[in-house]
Write a protein that binds this ligand. Structure first.
Ligand code: CU
Length: 516
C-alpha cells in the first residue's frame, strides 16, 4: 500500500502526488498574483493623475507588459491547473493523475520560466516593453535585448501547459472509476477536459510564433518584417489564433467551478446539466473562428470583418445558456450566502457585464471607436477579475476545508468578498467611460479630461489590492488555527470528493469507489 508523504524539501521537489502538486501550483500562482498585482499598482499609482510622477514611460511599458504576462501565464492558468490537480482525481474516483512524474516536471519548470521572465527587469535595456500581446515589429526589430529570454520563458511556460493538458486528458479519459460515465462527470471535469484540448491545440501555435520571432531577431528571416517581404499583420493573425482560445482557456474551468458551487448553496441540482456540457463544447469550437475580432482596425476585407463580427456574436448564445442555467438553479432555491456563494453570484453578475461589453466590441464599426481604448481594458478585466479570478477564490473557499480539514473564518471571508467587490468595481467600471471618451490604453500620461475617472480607478485598485492581502491572511489563519471541518463540510454538497475525510488523506481511491 502506498506510503505517506516524504519529509522536508525533498517531499516537494520529488513529489508525484496530485495533492502536493496541486498545492504547489496554487501557492506559486498566488505568489505570481501578488507580483502581477504590485505591477498593476505601479501602473495605477502613475495614472492617479496626468503628467509623469513616479516612473518613466519605458518602465511604465515594462509594467503593463509584465502585468499582463504574469497574470495570464503565471497566476490564472497555473491556479486552474492547481485546482485540477487537487480535485480531478477525487472527482472521478482515481488514485492520482495518469502521468505523475510528468506532473512533477510540468510544475517544476514553471518557477524557472518566471524567474527568467522577471530577471529581464534587471537586464540592460530592461524588461519586454511591448505589451502582453508582443506585436512585431515592436517585439522584434525594436525590442530590448531581453526579448530572447522572454521568448525562452514563453517556450518553457508553453511546454508546462501542454504537459499539464496531456496529463488531464489522459486522466479523465483513462482513470475514471467504473460507472463514472462521461455524462455523470461533474461540470468541472467536463470544462477541464475541453480546456485541455484547447491548450493542446493552441499552445504549439504560441510556441511557433515566438520561434518565428527568434528567427527574425537572430537568424535573418523576415516573417514579420515588411522590408524583407514579411508581414507584420501576419503576426497578429497567428497571435490571436492562439490568443482568443487562450481567453476561453482562462474561463471554461471557471464555468465548471461555478456549476459546482451554486447548486450546493441553492440546495437544488444544477439546471440543464447536458446543455451546460454542449454549451462548453460549442464555446470551445467557436473560440477557434473569431480571432480577428481583435484586428478589426488592421484594414481587413469587409467580408472578413462581417464574418468575424457574426461569429463573435454567436458565442453569446452558448454563454447565455450557461448564465440562464445558473440563474435557473438559484431560482426558488433554499439559498444561503456563504463566502463561496457570494463570489459565485458576483461572478454571474459581473461576468455578464463583461460579456455585454464584449458584444459591443464585436460590432466591427463600433469597435473602430473602442479599439485600443480603456473600454477594451474595462471589458477584459470584467471577464478576468470577477470572472476567472473570483471563480478561483470561490473554489479556494469551497474546497479549502477539504484540503486542510479546517474551516475558514466566515466573517473574514465575507469581509474579503465585499472589499474586493467594491474595490474591483471602483477600479474597472470608470474605465468604460474613460475609454468611451477616447482614452487610449498602455499610455503613462493622458489629457486632463480623463483625470477624474483615473483618480477613481486608482483608488479602487489599492482597495482591491488590500483585500487580497486579507485573503492571504484568511488562508494562513485557516491552515494554522481554523476550526475542525466535517467530512461533508457543506450540508448539500454533491460529488465524490465529499465522500473522503477532511483533510483528504494523502492517497485517496487506491481502490475505485462505487459509483451509483
Ligand atoms: Cu478574442
Amino acid at each position: 500500500m502506498a506510503h505517506g508523504p516524504a519529509k522536508g524539501l525533498s517531499r516537494w521537489l520529488f513529489t508525484t502526488n496530485h495533492k502536493d502538486i496541486g498545492s504547489m501550483y496554487l501557492w506559486f500562482s498566488f505568489a505570481m498574483f501578488i507580483i502581477g498585482g504590485i505591477f498593476a499598482l505601479v501602473i495605477r499609482a502613475e495614472l492617479f493623475e496626468p503628467g509623469m510622477q513616479i516612473v518613466d514611460p519605458n518602465f511604465f511599458n515594462q509594467m503593463t507588459t509584465l502585468h499582463g504576462l504574469i497574470m495570464v501565464f503565471g497566476a490564472i492558468m497555473p491556479a486552474f491547473v492547481g485546482l485540477a490537480n487537487w480535485m480531478l482525481p477525487m472527482m472521478i474516483g482515481a488514485p492520482d493523475m495518469a502521468l505523475p512524474r510528468m506532473n512533477n516536471w510540468s510544475f517544476w519548470i514553471l518557477p524557472f520560466a518566471f524567474f527568467m521572465l522577471l530577471s529581464t527587469l534587471f537586464m540592460p535595456g530592461g524588461a519586454p516593453n511591448f505589451g502582453w500581446t508582443f506585436y512585431a515589429p515592436l517585439s522584434t526589430t525594436y525590442a530590448p535585448e531581453s526579448v530572447t529570454f522572454f521568448i525562452f520563458a514563453v517556450h518553457i511556460m508553453g511546454a508546462s501547459s501542454i504537459m499539464g493538458a496531456i496529463n488531464i486528458v489522459a486522466t479523465i479519459l483513462n482513470m475514471r472509476a467504473p460507472g463514472m460515465t462521461l455524462m455523470k462527470m461533474p461540470l468541472f471535469v467536463w470544462t477541464w477536459l475541453i480546456t485541455a484540448y484547447l491548450l493542446i491545440a493552441v499552445m504549439p501555435v504560441l510556441a511557433g510564433l515566438v520561434t518565428m520571432m527568434l528567427m527574425d531577431i537572430h537568424f535573418g528571416t523576415s516573417f514579420f518584417d515588411a522590408a524583407g517581404g514579411g508581414d507584420p499583420v501576419l503576426f497578429q493573425h497567428i497571435f490571436w489564433f492562439f490568443g482568443h482560445p487562450e481567453v476561453y482557456i482562462m474561463i471554461l474551468p471557471a464555468f465548471g467551478i461555478i456549476s459546482a458551487i451554486i447548486p450546493t448553496f441553492a440546495r437544488k441540482p444544477l439546471f440543464g446539466y447536458s446543455s451546460m456540457v454542449y454549451a462548453s463544447a460549442s464555446i470551445a469550437f467557436l473560440s477557434f473562428i473569431v480571432w480577428a475580432h481583435h484586428m478589426f482596425t488592421v484594414g481587413m476585407p469587409i467580408a472578413g470583418e462581417l464574418f468575424f463580427m457574426y461569429a463573435t456574436m454567436l458565442i453569446a448564445v452558448p454563454t447565455g445558456v450557461k448564465v440562464f442555467n445558473w440563474v435557473a438553479t438559484m431560482f426558488r432555491g433554499a439559498m444561503t450566502f456563504e463566502t463561496p456563494m457570494l463570489f459565485s453570484i458576483a461572478f454571474v453578475i459581473l461576468f455578464t457585464i463583461g460579456g455585454l461589453s464584449g458584444l459591443m466590441l464585436a460590432i466591427a464599426p463600433a469597435d473602430f471607436q473602442y479599439h485600443d481604448t480603456y473600454f477594451v481594458v474595462a471589458h477584459f478585466h470584467y471577464v478576468l477579475v470577477p470572472g476567472a479570478l473570483f471563480s478561483i477564490i470561490a473554489a479556494v473557499y469551497y474546497w479549502l476545508p477539504k484540503w486542510t480539514g479546517r474551516m475558514y473564518n466566515e466573517i473574514l471571508g465575507k469581509t474579503h468578498f465585499w472589499v474586493a467587490f467594491v474595490g474591483l468595481n471602483v477600479t474597472f467600471f470608470p474605465m468604460h467611460f474613460a475609454g468611451l471618451a477616447g482614452m487610449p490604453r498602455r499610455i503613462p500620461d493622458y489629457h486632463m479630461m480623463f483625470a477624474d475617472w483615473n483618480m477613481i480607478s486608482s483608488v479602487g485598485a489599492f482597495i482591491f489590492g488590500a483585500s487580497q492581502i486579507l485573503f492571504l491572511y484568511i488562508v494562513l489563519d485557516t491552515i494554522f488555527r481554523g476550526k475542525k471541518a466535517t467530512d461533508r463540510v457543506w450540508e448539500n454538497s454533491e460529488g465524490l470528493e465529499w465522500t473522503v475525510a477532511s483533510p483528504a488523506p494523502y492517497h485517496t481511491f487506491s481502490t475505485p469507489p462505487e459509483i451509483k
